[in-house]
Design a protein around this ligand. Sequence first.
Ligand SMILES: N=c1c2ncn([C@@H]3O[C@H](COP(=O)(O)OP(=O)(O)OP(=O)(O)O)[C@@H](O)[C@H]3O)c2ncn1[C@@H]1O[C@H](COP(=O)(O)O)[C@@H](O)[C@H]1O
Length: 105
Amino acid sequence: MDAFDRLESVIASRIGGDPTQSYVAKLHARGTAKIAQKVGEEAVECVIAACGNDRAGLIGEAADLIFHLTLLLQTQGIALDDVRAELTRRDGLSGIAEKASRPKE
Ligand SMILES: N=c1c2ncn([C@@H]3O[C@H](COP(=O)(O)OP(=O)(O)OP(=O)(O)O)[C@@H](O)[C@H]3O)c2ncn1[C@@H]1O[C@H](COP(=O)(O)O)[C@@H](O)[C@H]1O
């Protein structure tokens, strides 16, 4: 089990727990919109760190983003394996070619 799987597992174990003891339980109790807001905030913090060439900061903010995104996915019944499957589906498919194949609007 890698760090991503362990994170997913510990998040699942905390949901519904005591919000005074668990940040996951506390944030989950605040609902999907609040969790989504946190994902947005952490994404912006990644952008700021990257634009400032702050490597260590970016690694930390990326971990915060992945943590909050994993929680958001769980609230929607989406597992990391679902994301892995989508990445696998895209493997080898050029982003340029994929965009060119989209129906014209
Ligand atoms: N990876 C993380 C993780 N990354 C960031 N954070 C917390 O995310 C919070 C983000 O801080 P912010 O100031 O942005 O948010 P905030 O204090 O809620 O502020 P507002 O949203 O109220 O404005 C901090 O409390 C961090 O400690 C995390 N909290 C938990 N985990 C993982 O989740 C596991 C379970 O945590 P608990 O549920 O707390 O036991 C832990 O063992 C870790 O593996």
